[in-house]
Design a binder for this molecule. Structure first.
Ligand code: PMP
Length: 399
């Protein structure tokens, strides 16, 4: 039978490919700064203490029944408080349609499917560059994709003028995908003042802002500060969509816990939107997984555990911020004539180093340092033990 004969092997995922090559390397000095997962200063993955404690409490305490279609109500409630504010009027007025989602990816995909169903011909604009999966998610959902300028290679910073121009020139009533904080892959976020201008322009154009917030707390160590862009948009009276993820900030990567929310005009609309989101998820996965949602609702629902979590998020964020300073100092100490301020100006998990694909290839072949060819360094892979080695190598290949 010829059912599968003409199927070619799919291209390798660029990031997972980096990890594969890293694992196959036998060198003792090898370093993986490809994948975006947090490591402590010993290069080890971390399970947060608040999560360990929540797991103890959860173990054996629950039946393993299905969650409702929209997921854990408690987890969703707590998630909304983090993003929209503890005393948000939108929460009080029940204007937010929200469901548990399969982490940030699933939240984006569910929104993309929703968008495709109710605004089938309306394009979404995504930044250049962006997390590569954004392209796949909206493409597979059948939404027309456009891009807007975001990064300015010369300054290794924001192309604010280009971004504003592209927002202005997009047809009125387009969707715009914005990274709420810690833009992946560039680590470049707009300033508060720039967010205000972006918000005001998006408003006047009647665009719909969709926020992907995969790193709340992880950027600055402060949850409110990292949600500042959202609060600016809310003040300006936008309706918004929002994807939240607990992969990074609670270290729950493989548990796939997240939340999709859509701020509506009133409660009736929110009820309708939520019911439609559930209608989309039902034939895809029926209802979301239980364990991770229990961990999150246990941590966030207990003041002591929540306090511990906030401290632990800050420890992770501070370690990364500290490593940025150390990496930059090390490069400058070695007499590198290149500007490296962007290492400390950028924020979040990644540093968009500005290295060329050829320079990255040399890092890998000569120094066993693994990363994506766009020059993106996962800061989480850098620690006090390897930062000197990495600086030496970067200096060598950028001379
Ligand atoms: N959006 C962005 C911008 C990301 O960087 C990530 C994680 N790499 C995600 C979404 C989704 O991650 P997850 O599905 O693991 O929550």
């Amino acid at each position: 039978s010829s059912w599968f004969r003409n199927i070619d092997q799919a291209p390798k995922d660029p990031i997972l490919g980096v990890t594969e090559a890293f694992l196959a390397d036998q060198s003792p000095s090898k370093v993986n700064v490809g994948v975006g997962a947090y490591r402590d200063d010993n290069g080890k993955p971390v399970v947060l203490d608040c999560v360990r404690e929540a797991e103890k409490r959860v173990a054996g305490s629950q039946f393993m029944e299905y969650l409702p279609m929209g997921g854990s109500i408690k987890m969703v409630e707590e998630s909304l408080k983090l993003a929209y504010g503890e005393n948000s009027e939108f929460i009080k007025d029940k204007r937010i349609a929200a469901v548990q989602a399969l982490s940030g990816t699933g939240a984006c995909r569910l929104f993309a499917a929703f968008q495709q169903r109710f605004h089938p011909n309306t394009q979404i604009y995504i930044p250049v560059p962006t997390w590569a999966n954004h392209h796949n998610i909206w493409r597979d959902a059948g939404v027309p994709l456009k891009t807007f300028r975001y990064y300015y290679p010369e300054s290794r910073g924001l192309d604010f003028a280009g971004l504003m121009e592209d927002i202005k020139n997009a047809p009125d009533g387009s969707f715009f995908l914005l990274h709420a904080c810690a833009h992946n892959p560039t680590g470049v976020d707009p300033t508060e003042e720039q967010w205000r201008e972006i918000s005001s322009l998006i408003k006047s154009k009647g665009h719909f802002p969709f926020f992907d917030m995969a790193y709340q707390g992880f950027a600055s160590g402060n949850l409110e500060r990292d949600a500042k862009a959202i609060s600016i948009f809310l003040e300006d009276g936008h309706l918004i969509g929002l994807a939240q993820s607990y992969a990074k900030n609670m270290g729950l990567y493989g548990q796939r816990v997240g939340c999709l929310s859509v701020l509506c005009e009133d409660e009736k609309q929110a009820v309708a939107v939520k019911s439609q989101l559930q209608l989309i998820s039902r034939p895809m996965y029926s209802n979301p997984p239980l364990h991770g949602a229990l961990i999150v609702s246990t941590v966030l629902g207990d003041p002591e555990l929540k306090k511990l979590w906030l401290e632990e998020v800050k420890v992770m964020a501070d370690r990364i911020i500290g490593m940025r300073t150390t990496l930059r100092e090390n490069l400058e100490k070695r007499g590198s004539p290149l500007p490296w301020q962007h290492i400390t100006n950028q924020i979040g998990m990644f540093c968009y180093s500005g290295m060329t694909p050829e320079q990255v290839d040399r890092l890998t072949s000569e120094f066993h340092i693994y990363m994506t060819r766009n020059g993106r360094i996962s800061m989480a892979g850098i620690n006090s033990g390897n930062v000197g080695y990495i600086a030496d190598a970067i200096h060598e290949v950028t001379k």
